[in-house]
Design a protein around this ligand. Sequence first.
Ligand SMILES: Cc1cc2nc3c(=O)[nH]c(=O)nc-3n(C[C@H](O)[C@H](O)[C@H](O)COP(=O)(O)O)c2cc1C
Length: 147
Amino acid sequence: MRVPSHSVNVRLLYVSRAVGPQTTTMTTTILAQAHANNPAQGITGVLCQGQGFFFQVIEGERSRVNALYRRISADKRHQDVEILHYEEIHERRFGQWSMALVHLSVDDPMVRLQHPDFDPYSATGAQVMQQVMDLLETGQPIQLPSA
Ligand SMILES: Cc1cc2nc3c(=O)[nH]c(=O)nc-3n(C[C@H](O)[C@H](O)[C@H](O)COP(=O)(O)O)c2cc1C
């Protein structure tokens, strides 16, 4: 893939619904794939999962982010994949993680307090991005260091 010397970096946020139960095995496999592929692509981000949803923020060079998104959105482990937010960035927010994992639980008192009527498909991209940031701060991210 051609990457121009002055590369444009972007941040993409999507939401999706898991197909079937979100087992530990499924999450572990997805994270292992992310950890195996993302560092070489200069991709960083965070994956939130729980309550039948995935949210994922992917940051990196535009054509690489777009290519990864095309691959992920064709993945049969989830459906209803929808981009909620896409922007060009000068700085990464999740640059320290090749893909961090945080668990989303609506029973989490922090989540309930701050986002009582949270529905990712009707929320704005900014709201879901804020939720992801809150989860990273208040939840305990399982960290995969970026290479
Ligand atoms: C919710 C979700 C998130 C994913 N995130 C990533 C990711 O960050 N990086 C990645 O390479 N694959 C990710 N995948 C897996 C890809 O869809 C695809 O299966 C994988 O990249 C294929 O890589 P492989 O050819 O090395 O097995 C994700 C899949 C799902 C369902």
